[in-house]
Structure formats: C-alpha cells, structure tokens
Design a protein around this ligand. Structure first.
Ligand SMILES: NC(=O)c1ccc[n+]([C@@H]2O[C@H](COP(=O)([O-])OP(=O)(O)OC[C@H]3O[C@@H](n4cnc5c(N)ncnc54)[C@H](O)[C@@H]3O)[C@@H](O)[C@H]2O)c1
Length: 341
C-alpha cells in the first residue's frame, strides 16, 4: 500500500486527491499546507481520515509515508521535493520542476543521490489527438520535420501567484507547449531566442506574452507565439499547431481538428499556386483511443513505473530538457541574445 502525503492543498490538489482516493493501492495519510485551513478544507471536502500539518518536514517525521505529491507553488517545489526525497519518499510533483534551472538540476541530482524517484506532471501529453499526431509524425508519411509552430492565445484571470510572477506565461504555462514539442518530435532544443513583453492591457505584473524561436538538435525550428492576456480569437489550452515536413504539413487546432495535407505523392511541384485557390485535399488523422487522459493518465503511468521499476516518460531526468527550454527562453528575453544550451 502506498502511503501518500499531499503537500499543497490549493486549486490543483483536488485532481490529485480524487485520483489517489480512487486507487486501491494507495492511502492519503497526511495533508500539508502552510495555510492550515486549506489542508483542513480538503480533508473535509474529500472525507479523508488523514492528519493535517503546516510543514512538510513535520509531516515526514510523523508519518510513515512512501510517496509525496508536491502540489505547492513553483517557488516551494525545490524545498518540498528535496526534503521529501532525503526523507526516503518518492515524489510525484506538479510542473514546473522549480522556479530556476539551477534548482531543477539540483532536484535531479538529489533524486540520483537518494536513489528515489521524482516524476513530474505533464498532463498535457496525455491527449488522444496529440498521441495520434506524434504517432503520425513517427511514420514519416510526410518525411522529415522542418518546422514546428505553436500558437497559444488565452485570457485567464487566475488571481494568485501567476499575476505576480515576472514571466507568468513562460515560467508557468509554456512548459506544457515546449514539452509537447519534444514529445511530438523526440528532439531536444539546442538554442533559443525569446522576446517577452507585457501588452499594455495586461492584468499581469510580469510579461504575459512571448515569441520564442528554438533550434532543435536535428536543425529543425520550433517557433512559439503565446499570450495569457489574449483579447479574443482564443486558441485551445493545447495551442494551435502546424508542423511543416518535407512532403506536406500537419495541422492540429489543439482540440478536435487534426489533419494533414501531402504534396502530390512527393512529386516535384512547379509553377505558382493561385493564391485564392484551395487546392488541398486534407486527410484526417483519427485520435488515438486512450483509457485515461490528462492527470489520471500521467499519474497512472507514475504508479505503474514505480511498480515495475521502470521510469515514466515524465521522469525528472527527461523533464529537465523541457524546463531547460523555459529558463533558457527567460535568459534570452532578459539578455536580448540567442542563448545556447
Ligand atoms: N498541470 C496542470 O495543468 C496545472 C494546472 C494548474 C496548476 N498547476 C501547478 O500546480 C501547482 C499548484 O498550483 P495551484 O493552482 O494549485 O496553486 P494554489 O496557489 O492554488 O495552491 C498552492 C498551495 O500550496 C501551498 N503552499 C505553498 N508553499 C507551501 C509549502 N512550502 N508547503 C506546503 N504548502 C505550500 C499554498 O498555501 C497553496 O494552498 C503549481 O506548480 C502549478 O504550476 C498545474
């Protein structure tokens, strides 16, 4: 039986608590929050018999736990994760790994040193259309990938920590899109140029919009346009994608629409297309059937990996490549220079 401490009892904790409650191999033994009423509120909401604490250190001392769910704010992840690993627990934690690249790298080192597992939530990998798109790209039907483009435009009013961060979009959200690019292509980034800005109508203190150009290890380019203060024409939370390959292009609207357009059987094209003519014969790509999606699928994979002694796709040793894209982009925005990894 896995004995779980839930650290951080805010907005996102309910999803994790519900998942653990539904598992037969797990029991939540403690809830921790520096605001004690939040731990008490979740205990009541989910009718748990767990103890409540205001500090992870105290909870680790008093409980015989095996796993810690870290659902605290990004600035607390480093302390919560390393303290829990050193106390002999595995950690399943929310993205992003931490609020700096240096700390994130130390968290990976800590998992290696303690020989405990640290798996990171990347729920937005576990989507039927994204899996289908990745599988399609891997068939190489359209040949090699040359350019991946993602457009993310949304207007959430969260309140709380995100509205006070320096780089809310890149530091808290873009990790999902950057990680999805790695998932789709199987490639890591080697450099980035990022221009971050805060539109004058923004309700965030920090930069809520950004444009990034990444060079990937195979020479392909990943361009990202994002805003968390979009005024209309919103995209989905998964971004809108266009992937240009040597023999065609694939489009995903981040929701149901997923299709590709192949250049005529690889035949060389000549001449100029009529700019108003819609010549394409788009072919749909069917979503991949999945028993579970998002958080449930990712947490299931974490438990299964622990059980089998393997590592899930969102193991910290892999996820460090996604978080590196985040902090190198922020470094580029600050220095106004291309940053090499
Ligand atoms: N995967 C996703 O789609 C997704 C969505 C939303 C949030 N998140 C992530 O989940 C995490 C939590 O986000 P949220 O929206 O629930 O934030 P939140 O502010 O609602 O909740 C965080 C809680 O952690 C508590 N806390 C802070 N420091 C702590 C510490 N040292 N020990 C114990 N508790 C502490 C806070 O008091 C708060 O109650 C963040 O890392 C965020 O990026 C992920």
């Amino acid at each position: 039986m896995h004995k779980i401490i839930v650290a951080g009892c805010g907005m996102m904790s309910g999803t994790w608590i519900k998942h653990a409650k539904n598992r037969e191999d797990s029991q939540i033994v403690a809830l921790v929050d520096i605001i004690p009423e939040r731990a008490e509120a979740q205990k009541k909401e989910y009718a748990l018999s767990a103890n409540t604490y205001a500090s992870i250190t105290e909870a680790l001392e008093k409980e015989d736990a095996t796993i810690v769910f870290d659902i605290t704010v990004p600035s607390a992840h480093y302390d919560v994760v390393t303290t829990s690993l050193r106390a002999g627990c595995h950690v399943f934690g929310e993205k992003p790994m931490s609020d700096s690249l240096e700390k994130s790298e130390k968290m990976v080192e800590c998992a290696n040193e303690t020989k405990k597992e640290y798996f990171v939530m990347q729920n937005r990998r576990y989507i039927p259309q994204l899996y289908a798109l990745r599988n399609f790209l891997h068939t190489k039907t359209l040949g090699k990938i040359g350019q991946v483009s993602a457009n993310f435009q949304l207007d959430p009013h969260f309140g709380g920590f995100r509205e006070e961060m320096d780089s809310p979009l890149i530091a808290d959200m873009a990790i999902h899109t950057f990680d999805a690019c790695r998932f789709l292509t199987g490639k890591n980034a080697v450099s980035v140029y990022c221009h971050e800005f805060n539109p004058f109508w923004s309700w965030y203190q920090g930069n809520a919009s950004a444009i990034c150009v990444f060079e990937m290890e195979d020479g392909s380019v990943f361009d990202y346009r994002g805003s968390w203060c979009a005024n209309g024409l919103n995209t989905s939370w998964e971004s809108e994608w266009r992937i240009a390959c040597e023999n065609g292009a694939v489009f995903w609207d981040g929701a149901e629409k997923l299709y590709y357009d192949a250049t005529a059987d690889g035949a060389a094209k000549t001449g100029i297309s009529d700019e108003n003519e819609i010549t394409s014969s788009f072919r749909e790509i069917a979503p991949m059937p999945m028993a579970n999606t998002y958080h449930d699928a990712c947490i299931n994979e974490m438990f299964a990996a622990l059980q089998s002694g393997t590592r899930p796709q969102t193991d910290c040793r892999d996820n460090i490549h996604s978080i590196r894209m985040v902090y190198k982009a922020i470094e580029s925005a600050k220095t106004k220079k291309t940053v090499f990894f």
